[in-house]
Design a protein around this ligand. Structure first.
Ligand SMILES: O=c1ccn([C@@H]2O[C@H](COP(=O)(O)OP(=O)(O)O[C@H]3O[C@H](CO)[C@@H](O)[C@H](O)[C@H]3O)[C@@H](O)[C@H]2O)c(=O)[nH]1
Ligand SMILES: [Mn+2]
Length: 381
């Protein structure tokens, strides 16, 4: 039975993090969550990406980077570095839900995790770097404007010891470490893919029961390249990873290529171009498919859903072969390499107009007075 007053919530402040949010949302759908899916976005997210998000999420909620509705705002303005941090706090304003589970956009569920809603605020898993702190990538909370305002006030007064939301939330919910073991989520609900390195025997022993993978740290799944034929992430000099890390990365890309890419394509109406490269431009994100003609024989073998060897070893019990299998779609007939690039794309006229209407002009750039004057002059003469 669907539960409509509870939701999984994530956050994406730009089109890049949207790639992660989409894969997370799709992984929750694949594992048949009975809860709603909500994503918080900020004005920077392009209109194209918003419509893709709304085909995976039940609710796409735009929030400000900094809240301006109360007196705390002034104090916050002195601390611009905390802006993105506070954006996560907006999840407490979703008061049409009685309980929520927040998940970072760089997480991925490996099975159904709806049992998280049996927990109370504030439940989270230990941080692998400092286990007396919780990691703020996965947590159970209860939306409340009162808590939201207390958090903002606390932030304005004390800041954050790590400059991010994790430090802030740990200071605010400071009795997490000692008060109630029921609020300690097992590490399996927020397995940082890099900690697999630091305690290999434990991973070998418990890893197969992992429920949520968190790609915490500077290099995110979307920074890698993926080979659609071998279903493996491609490594170059700048990336490295253990076998298991690579397996989790491959799983992320499996979902991306099977379910997210077709959504992006539908939106962009990929024209039947004969060129070697076909690009999907969003705001700052470009998905590049390097085309390669595949012989009919190879193409037909691609259509068979086969279990990617890499992922099967990580979680053999939690997910069925069908769930893990890469669903070969039309794209795979001619695509060999998939990658996401981050270069500012030209905003659409629609995005431009929305920015103007919201009073967010590019004063330093194309909306600078000299440029506007030039246009006026050209028009008048
Ligand atoms: O430019 C950004 C940066 C972050 N996020 C969102 O905020 C989350 C946290 O950022 P992330 O890059 O995932 O941080 P981590 O590498 O996971 O680092 C740690 O430190 C962060 C800051 O304290 C915490 O938010 C994380 O939960 C914690 O795992 C992301 O997943 C997104 O949902 C954005 O939307 N845009
Ligand atoms: Mn994260």
């Amino acid at each position: 039975m669907p539960v409509t007053d509870q939701a999984f919530v994530t956050l994406a402040t730009d089109d890049v993090y949207c790639q992660g949010a989409l894969v997370l949302g799709q992984s929750l759908r694949n594992h048949k969550t009975s809860r709603k899916l909500a994503v918080l976005i900020t004005p920077e997210v392009s209109s194209g990406m918003r419509s893709v998000l709304s085909s995976v999420f039940d609710e796409v909620v735009e929030v400000d980077v900094l809240d301006s509705a109360d007196s705390v705002h002034l104090a916050l303005m002195q601390r611009p570095e905390l802006g993105v941090t506070f954006t996560k706090l907006h999840c407490w304003t979703l008061t049409h839900y009685s309980k929520c589970v927040f998940m970072d956009a760089d997480t991925l569920v490996l099975c159904n995790v709806d049992e998280l809603f049996d927990r109370e605020e504030f439940s989270a898993a230990p941080d692998s770097g400092w286990p007396d702190c919780f990691n703020s990538g996965v947590f159970v909370f209860q939306p409340s404007l009162k808590t939201y305002n207390l958090l903002l006030q606390f932030a304005a007064e004390h800041g954050s010891f790590d400059g991010g939301d994790q430090g802030l939330l740990n200071s605010f919910f400071s009795n997490w470490a000692t008060a109630d073991i029921g609020k300690h989520l097992p590490f399996l609900y927020n397995l940082s893919s890099s900690s697999v390195y630091t305690y290999v025997p434990a991973f070998n022993h418990f890893g197969r029961d992992a429920k949520v993978v968190h790609f915490l740290g500077a290099t995110k799944p979307w920074n890698y390249k993926y080979n659609l034929q071998t279903k493996r992430v491609m490594q170059d000099g700048t990336t490295s990873g253990s076998f298991h890390q690579l397996s989790f990365l491959a799983l992320w890309w499996n979902i991306y290529s099977a379910s997210i890419l077709p959504l992006l394509e539908k939106l962009q109406k990929m024209e039947e171009s004969k060129s070697e490269e076909c690009k999907h431009a969003f705001n700052g994100v470009e998905v590049t498919l390097k085309k390669e003609k595949v012989s009919p024989y190879v193409a037909s073998s691609l259509q068979k859903p086969e279990l990617p060897e890499q992922t099967s070893e990580v979680n053999p019990t939690a997910c069925s072969p069908e769930e893990l299998a890469f669903k070969a779609n039309e794209v795979s007939h001619f695509v060999s390499e998939l990658s996401i690039h981050f270069k500012p794309a030209k905003p659409t006229p629609e995005d431009e107009r929305r920015k103007w209407e919201e009073g967010r002009m590019d004063y330093m750039g194309k909306d600078a007075f000299e440029h506007i004057k030039k246009k006026l002059d050209a028009f008048l003469h």
